[in-house]
Design a protein around this ligand. Structure first.
Ligand code: G4P
Length: 190
């Protein structure tokens, strides 16, 4: 997606060869026009699959996922990383380990918000090693629904996530695929 690649090149910063800083438009300050365009791109691509619900993970997936759900006219469900006292009742849960951050969390969603026999679209800001996406796949399976597609804003194609998802034959659309980055610049996979 042209506008996204431009934003990455002009407003993003490769901190090193593995980590891209995009906090000026994606995951700290949010550019609503860009998020709107991202939502439209995902919605147009996945609409033919008959999506019933968009699923994301707090917190940085919410902005692109919300615009996607709005454009598709379906509910958005946010999987939680932090438990709270008001998260009670019938819960679906799985453990996710973040390689980038070296942390582990319990991905949690109320079963009521993930009913069975639906077509689910998972949207997230980054695809690195794919652990968050695999957590989503597991919860959707537990809910007896189908993960129909995965929409990623920025894929780090040099990490293992995309290959692992392709092996499952789930349709993946990444709007920007980064093949390499560092002091010499950022290169995209076309
Ligand atoms: P994975 O799900 O693909 O395996 O990714 P990994 O565990 O390695 O990374 C998880 C967290 O790190 C996610 O944020 C993800 O957005 C973030 N992340 C991964 N690579 C980058 C990067 O190059 N730049 C930036 N800025 N973030 C990256 P999170 O822990 O879920 O936090 P949140 O921001 O969504 O709250």
């Amino acid at each position: 997606m042209k506008e996204l690649k431009e934003a990455i090149l002009t407003r993003g910063k490769a901190v090193n060869q593995d980590v891209l800083l995009v906090d000026s438009f994606l995951n700290h300050q949010v550019d609503p026009t860009l998020m709107h365009d991202i939502g439209e791109s995902f919605a147009a691509h996945f609409k033919p699959l008959g999506i019933d619900r968009v699923l994301t993970i707090e917190s940085s997936g919410i902005a692109p996922a919300a615009f996607t759900a709005y454009t598709l006219g379906v509910p958005l469900v946010i999987m939680k990383k932090q438990m709270s006292r008001i998260m009670t009742g019938d819960l679906l849960q799985t453990t996710v380990r973040s390689f980038t951050k070296g942390t582990e969390y319990q991905l949690t969603v109320k079963r009521d918000f993930l009913p069975e026999k639906e077509q689910i679209l998972f949207i997230d800001d980054f695809l690195a090693s794919g652990e968050a996406a695999f957590g989503a796949i597991k919860l959707v399976e537990e809910a007896h629904s189908t993960l129909a597609g995965i929409g990623i804003v920025i894929e780090k194609s040099f990490q293992s996530g995309r290959k692992r998802l392709d092996d499952l034959h789930i349709p993946v659309l990444s709007l920007a695929r980064i093949i390499s980055m560092g002091p010499e610049g950022i290169e995209f996979l076309e």
